[in-house]
Design a protein around this ligand. Sequence first.
Ligand SMILES: Nc1ncnc2c1ncn2[C@@H]1O[C@H](COP(=O)(O)OP(=O)(O)OP(=O)(O)O)[C@@H](O)[C@H]1O
Ligand SMILES: [Mg+2]
Length: 502
Amino acid sequence: MSEEYVLQLQHIRKEYPGVVALKDVTLELKKGEILALIGENGAGKSTLIKCCSGAVIPTSGKIVVNGKEFTSMTPQLAAENGIAIIYQEFNNVKELSAAENLFLGRPIRKGIVVDKAAMEKEAVKAFDRLHIKIDPKTLMKNLTVGYQQMVEIAKAIQQNAQILIMDEPSAPLTSAEVESMFEVVEQLRDEGISIIYISHRLEELYRLSDRILVMRDGEYVKTLITKESHTQELIQLMVGRELTETYPSRGDCVKEDDVVLELKNVTGNGDKNISLKVRRGEILGLGGLVGAGRTELAQLVFGAAKKESGQIFFKGKEINPKSPREAIDLGLALVPEDRKRHGAMLGVSIKNNINMPIYEKNSTLSVIDSKKEREIAEKYQKNMAIKTPSLNQLVKNLSGGNQQKVILGRWLAADSELIIFDEPTRGIDVGAKYEIYKLMNDLVEKEGKAILMISSEMEELMGMSDRIIVLAEGDMTGELSKEEFSQERIMAFASAANVEEV
Ligand SMILES: Nc1ncnc2c1ncn2[C@@H]1O[C@H](COP(=O)(O)OP(=O)(O)OP(=O)(O)O)[C@@H](O)[C@H]1O
Ligand SMILES: [Mg+2]
């Protein structure tokens, strides 16, 4: 046994009915290093790290922490052995304060009463140590996602974690928040804490990690030294094939005179005076910083929020959808950003999830054509490479990224004429991203749809859009034609009305 490693996962196997999620996976983490874990959606990353906390019990294999052997963990054992995991969906209680969340399940007491003041004092110490400024009395729900995550990290450190595991920590954060998170992670590494970092964003791995472990299809592929590896090699190992272009090309298919959606001076839900047009065959990109009012605008169009003034036209006719239901019936679709909350029915099969809008449209029909149902589900499973042993699999048993693909598939099956995508590829691996871009291209090029795409990924905005409109603090601050696309211009518009705080 090596002294060098603080954590070793040896020959881990995990079977679920019909799926072998992990096959003989081995991972070794050195003291004070950042080990990145990458792989396609469904490769087994989350399952592997859950073995370290007892959330998943391996079918076979060994877990060695500082030389101590375990066949499986429990949350208690993990904590005692200095392991902390930050899951993508944090387990915090929104109605409690930051300090109370920090001591959730193990409050400081004075006699039998909970000692709030002592907890707040300790919380300040923990936050100070990470150089973050959070008032410990603030309720969790009033903190940004970035700060909520900081509370989670502070909690791990307060509990004296020596091994910190982070599952896609950057996914819900704004770019400024990602930067602060990196600084904290680097500080912890410098203090000798060992970190496992999962992300689909390759640039982050290059920025942060010392080594990169690649998984594919539940198997260990290779561990690379970050400095000695290249993106192309990494993608090849991960996807199992070469991927030369990031954005598939499409022909010029914009029908200039065929305006599908038009907004005239629309105000409401925090947005002011927005005017824009989306034409048939066009992808209009909506850029801006997180909080610029883009999701809010999508909600207005989709009948999920109240319009105060202005007009919305759909195929030349003024519309005023009062509910998403009404918007869907008119031919609009919104693929929401927060797919966990608004999206999948987790306890229902993939097939039924994808067919949901079709059931709704045909609610008067008493017979559901099961052959058709199957065909539709198969089509989208294939198009988006949804990784599953069967279309009857419950969505809750899919990996995070594959759940997202099911939601995308569902909206595409709705056959709407205007589709709003809110952050369509967040949490999706590079190979599947490419498939989703191809699908979007087909929608505008072959099927004559119109797309409004909200994205915080600059590259994606420029790679996929025909035009880009930028919002800042609810105002439209700029419009760019393809020839004018540049990161600098988008950033300038995005921060036009907006002097960034912090
Ligand atoms: N409870 C479960 N029952 C059945 N299968 C499961 C269960 N949990 C996970 N799986 C399967 O195990 C495989 C690995 O899933 P896992 O969540 O570890 O992937 P991942 O690498 O984290 O993917 P992502 O990048 O999408 O988050 C997937 O095929 C998934 O469907
Ligand atoms: Mg995962």
